[in-house]
Write a protein that binds this ligand. Structure first.
Ligand code: GCU
Length: 416
């Protein structure tokens, strides 16, 4: 590595160590992330196919893997009918957007006692014929994804705001992460929800959000990521009743912790027609055994509420995991899956995100699909698209127009 590379490495290590010392939950022990491929402990990945010889054998094996990943990592359940019927309580008046190219429709949906605000940005054509949509959580409220005064603010607990209340001043502040105009011009809608409407993202002992009704999970039961994934399925229940959306063509999308969530949503609910993981990293698409960047111990220590109690057994014991992220990705087969990374997002281990796609490919091929068209990590900025899609782009941990251009092209090919 050249001196600039070494300096960058040192800088990244110092940065991540600083981030740890600022995190109250991770203070008990310093953590220095490894970014050196040469220091990856030798590992063998669990054989995803095992004795599966034909496509007919896969559903039983898939169910075994799914139950194991549920019990040991994300937590089982909740049952699809936990918390009672999901119902639309009210629908706000439609509002034209983008000079009439599309419209905004907002719903209040009751999910396990919580009022969830659903914002749908749809092409005008949806009024004639239901359209395919991207469905994904946002981090800071529906009003942050698009700057429009009609978009309601969440009333639930907000992260990163002093009084934890949503602010009018934040309208549109995350719009660069949501290429709504490009989606609408391509004939897709976007359905989005603030993830805190389902479960506020802090270690609250599972007392808030839908847990008020669902109760505190046991060690093998759904922690926050699985609960968010369940929330996406409940929104899909609602979309099945909405005439402007084609619920058979819903691409579930998520960035970062919400990319871990979209993967588990797609693995748990086969009604999702396509799955997108943007920079999902540790506990998402990245292979845990590589221990590059964030590790199982680090994620469980910083965010104890994300994964179930049983997952803590694997702190610094990645080799004992009975699966790895390639098995998680395989659960989505044969449905189209897109995994994306960013060069500067080393904390999420881009190479580990790519390798799990390579390792999931045999399942996709066995099921008669094209799988991933390459076994070599594509050059920066090049999108490889088969039934599995992958790219690594320039830049940092984020969602950009480049990412959306690829997702729209991939979804156009598979859902239109
Ligand atoms: C932290 C965390 C990651 C997560 C990310 C995010 O960086 O360590 O695992 O993906 O937050 O959700 O933004």
């Amino acid at each position: 590595m050249n001196p600039t590379g070494i300096a960058c490495c040192l800088f990244a290590v110092v940065l991540s160590a600083t981030a740890v010392s600022q995190n109250a939950n991770a203070q008990n022990r310093p953590f220095v992330a490894n970014y050196d491929e040469a220091k990856i402990p030798p590992y063998a990945l669990p054989d995803v196919l095992g004795d599966v010889k034909s496509a007919d054998d896969w559903p039983a094996k898939r169910a075994e893997w799914r139950d194991l990943i549920a019990a040991e990592m994300f937590g089982k359940g909740p049952a699809s009918d936990a918390g009672g019927d999901v119902s639309v309580r009210s629908q706000l008046d439609d509002v034209a957007i983008l000079d009439g190219a599309g419209f905004l429709r907002q719903l209040h949906v009751q999910i396990a006692g919580e009022t969830v605000r659903v914002a749908m940005f749809l092409p005008e054509s949806a009024k004639q014929q239901p359209v395919p949509v991207f469905l994904g959580y946002n981090f800071a409220g529906n009003h942050t994804v698009f700057d429009h005064p009609a978009i309601e603010l969440p009333t639930s607990w907000m992260r990163n705001i002093d009084d934890h209340r949503a602010r009018d001043a934040d309208r549109g502040k995350s719009s660069s992460r949501w290429a709504i105009e490009a989606m609408i011009r391509a004939g897709f809608g976007l359905v989005t929800i603030y993830y805190g409407d389902i479960d506020p993202d802090f270690d609250d002992g599972f007392e808030n959000g839908v847990h008020k009704v669902l109760g505190k999970p046991a060690d093998d039961e759904a922690a926050s990521i699985a609960t968010w994934a369940w929330g996406l399925s409940r929104v899909l229940d609602v979309l099945e009743q909405v005439d402007v959306v084609d619920a058979k063509r819903v691409a579930v999308f998520g960035h970062s912790r919400l990319g871990k969530t979209s993967l588990w949503a797609g693995a748990s609910d086969q009604r999702f027609a396509l799955v997108i993981s943007n920079d999902s990293g540790c506990g998402g698409a990245a292979l845990s055994r590589r221990q590059i960047g964030e590790t199982v111990w680090r994620i469980n220590t910083s965010f104890p509420h994300w994964f179930c109690g049983n997952f803590k057994k694997y702190n610094e014991q990645e080799s004992k995991l009975p699966f790895d992220s390639h098995v998680l990705l395989s659960l989505i087969a044969p449905r189209p899956l897109y995994v994306a990374s960013a060069v500067e997002d080393r904390w999420a281990d881009p190479k580990g995100e790519f390798l799990s796609c390579v390792e999931a490919d045999p399942v996709y091929k066995l099921l008669g699909t094209e799988g991933l068209p390459t076994t070599e990590m594509p050059p920066v900025g090049e999108s490889q698209q088969g039934t599995i899609g992958y790219h690594i782009r320039e830049g940092k941990h984020d969602v950009t127009d480049f990412d959306w251009q690829q997702y729209i092209r991939f979804a156009t090919r598979h859902l239109k």
